[in-house]
Design a protein around this ligand. Structure first.
Ligand SMILES: [Zn+2]
Length: 191
């Protein structure tokens, strides 16, 4: 029971621990097993401290998380076909805790991208659009001139990179050149 308690607004997955029945009565989107309350589906936690109730709202019904919304987040992992993004802002609203989003390699650019790490690096700030909200994860796309990396840092020295032509970024500190799928708003997007 050392896991951190999810707060109101936290994103949880089925089976995530929410608390014990001595603290809260389980409500919609939760179940009780041996006095411990778990999430029965993916969604947003809502804790009513006055009524001492906990419930999980399916995140499809969360007003900002919908197809077409623009998001701003940080790339936290790049794999063989997927990039993971911690979404910090949705539809211009800052979230109290980040949601997880994924960008499939085919959804990075209109141009062929061999692997996610050719377009994104961990720590990049990306602007993306929600294209699907169905399973546990929010699916994102950066296809389009205005979408993609809006801020990136040199992988050698950590300085912010300056945009050059053709998606090439250069480091004014060490001269390192790196490639990304950048947005035309690179360096200008409001964070
Ligand atoms: Zn550098």
């Amino acid at each position: 029971m050392s896991a951190e308690r999810p707060k109101t607004g936290s994103f949880v997955l089925p089976g995530d621990w929410l608390g014990v029945i001595e603290e809260f009565s389980p409500n919609e989107g939760t179940y009780d097993e041996g006095g411990i309350i778990f999430a029965s589906h993916a969604g947003i936690v809502l804790i009513d401290k006055v009524e001492r109730r906990v419930k999980v709202i399916p995140f499809e019904s969360h007003p900002f998380i919908k197809k077409g919304s623009l998001v701003l987040g940080m790339v936290v992992n790049t794999g063989k076909i997927l990039s993971m993004v911690d979404i910090a802002r949705i539809g211009g609203k800052t979230l109290s805790s980040p949601y997880s989003g994924v960008i499939h390699v085919s959804q990075i650019s209109n141009q062929f991208i061999d692997k996610p790490s050719d377009a994104f690096k961990i720590g990049d700030i990306v602007k993306a659009r929600i294209i699907e909200v169905r399973s546990e994860l929010i699916q994102l796309s950066t296809i389009g001139k205005n979408l993609g990396v809006v801020l990136a840092f040199c992988s050698k020295c950590g300085s912010p990179l300056d945009p050059k032509s053709n998606g090439v970024l250069t480091c004014s500190t060490c001269g390192n050149k790196e490639k990304r799928k950048i947005s035309i708003d690179y360096g200008k997007s409001k964070l």
